[in-house]
Design a protein around this ligand. Structure first.
Ligand code: ADP
Ligand code: MG
Length: 395
């Protein structure tokens, strides 16, 4: 069901509580060292300011464990935000639901911002305590959820507040749900899912869900070796999920029954040890020498995968094809990223390491969408209900 967004409601003159993701890195001296997440929240903030709302921002920062800890204050974030919005008055409240917050909100005018102090200074935040959620909600008329990275958590500021005031999605969440939701619910076909990463066990839910929806399923990365084992291949010292061998067999059967084209690597780069400078060579998938470990897919696999990816109208990719952190074993991930970049269909990257791999390898601006939430995007791809999305009002 589609969720309401800020464009579906009247925000004029309203006090709007926006849950943003201002969980940014700070330097030793407490200065924002990377403002990407603040910049990413600006479209929603600007829209609200332009529509004469009173904008109340809240976020967590770091893990202060439910205690006030100046190290995790959002004050430097407020300073950066004020620099990014030079024509807007940005008030910083030194507490989250206390006197400072109430006074600032009382005094603020339309087209101004109040940034509340770190929600996680209160243990009630992560406990999703109703009284805390109610106190937060009572300061506003409307809730806007725009922190995709925490939307899979049922916290007071991501879900609880919606019990007390109307709740809608901001532009960031709207885009995440729109692009990924459309791909999962109503994909333009052929729909190709690419899965990789370290462990099969981590991705069972994602594989199962995508297997029901896609036309082709490409499997690479560390999890491929458990599939090789299930096929009776020797895999040397490659990653093996002993407990998932039977599951791998089941998934291969399910793919066959469903008519999903399951593609596994046909060759692999093997190394003598898990190290950046390890001696390495490419061998066929069914000829991994004993004592060697597979750290990347081989060139033939890259070509095979590329052909399928180029024909796709929708691609969802989660999990690197190899140990991309080591340049010698990044080729597979790079070639698959290049194929996605060259694909004319919709290309979606979900997962924390996948997103950083695509960025690190320089393909970020050639993808349709790179999800901003590692854990949240995985749960979304698993078909799970995200608590912070479930609470938003339906259209
Ligand atoms: P994501 O965060 O995108 O969901 P994962 O966390 O599942 O991805 O997997 C990423 C990790 O998988 C990377 O650190 C990468 O080094 C590792 N990986 C990929 N291929 C292999 C392999 N063949 N052997 C060991 N580790 C691998
Ligand atoms: Mg990861």
């Amino acid at each position: 069901m589609a969720k309401k967004t800020i464009e579906d409601v009247n925000v004029e003159g309203k006090k709007v509580l926006v849950r943003v993701d201002f969980n940014v890195p700070l330097t030793e001296d407490g200065v924002v060292s990377d403002d990407k997440r603040i910049v990413a929240a600006l479209p929603t903030i600007r829209y609200l300011l332009e529509h004469n709302a009173k904008v109340i921002l809240c976020s967590h920062l770091g893990r202060p464990k439910g205690k006030v800890d100046p190290k995790y204050s959002l004050e430097p974030v407020g300073q950066r935000l004020a620099e990014l919005l030079p024509d807007t008055r940005v008030w910083f409240a030194t507490d989250t639901i206390g006197e400072s917050a109430k006074a600032a909100i009382e005094d603020m005018k339309e087209g101004e911002i109040v940034l509340l102090e770190n929600t996680r200074f209160h243990p009630e935040e992560e406990a999703n305590d109703p009284a805390f959620a109610k106190a937060l909600a009572s300061m506003a008329d409307l809730f806007v959820s725009d922190a995709f990275g925490t939307v899979h958590r049922a916290h007071a500021s991501t879900a609880g507040v919606a019990d007390y005031i109307p709740a809608v999605a901001g532009f960031l969440i709207g885009k995440e749900l729109g692009v990924m939701g459309e791909a999962l619910e109503n994909p333009v076909r052929p729909f190709v899912a690419i899965l990789g990463g370290a462990k099969v066990a981590d991705k069972i839910g994602v594989i199962k869900n995508l297997l029901q929806k896609c036309d082709s399923l490409i499997i690479g990365g560390g999890m491929a070796y458990t599939f090789f084992k299930a096929m009776g291949y020797e895999i040397g010292t490659s990653l093996l999920d002993e407990n998932s061998i039977d599951l791998a067999k089941e998934l291969m059967t399910e793919a066959r029954v469903r008519g999903v084209n399951l593609l596994l690597p046909v060759d692999t780069v093997v190394a003598t040890e898990y190290a950046a400078d390890a001696e390495h060579k490419t061998v066929p998938a069914n000829a991994i020498p004993s004592g060697w470990m597979g750290l990347d897919i081989g060139e033939k696999s890259c070509e095979l995968f590329r052909k399928t990816i180029l024909q796709a109208k929708t691609v969802i990719w989660n999990g690197p094809m190899g140990v991309f952190e080591f340049p010698a074993f990044a080729e597979g991930t790079k070639k698959v990223a290049a194929a996605c970049a060259d694909c004319e269909g919709t290309t979606i990257i979900g997962g924390g390491d996948s997103a950083s791999a695509v960025k690190k390898l320089g393909f970020a601006d050639r993808m349709t969408h790179i999800s901003t939430g590692g854990g949240a995007s995985l749960e979304f791809l698993e078909g799970k209900t995200l608590p912070g999305v479930a609470v938003l009002n339906d259209k």
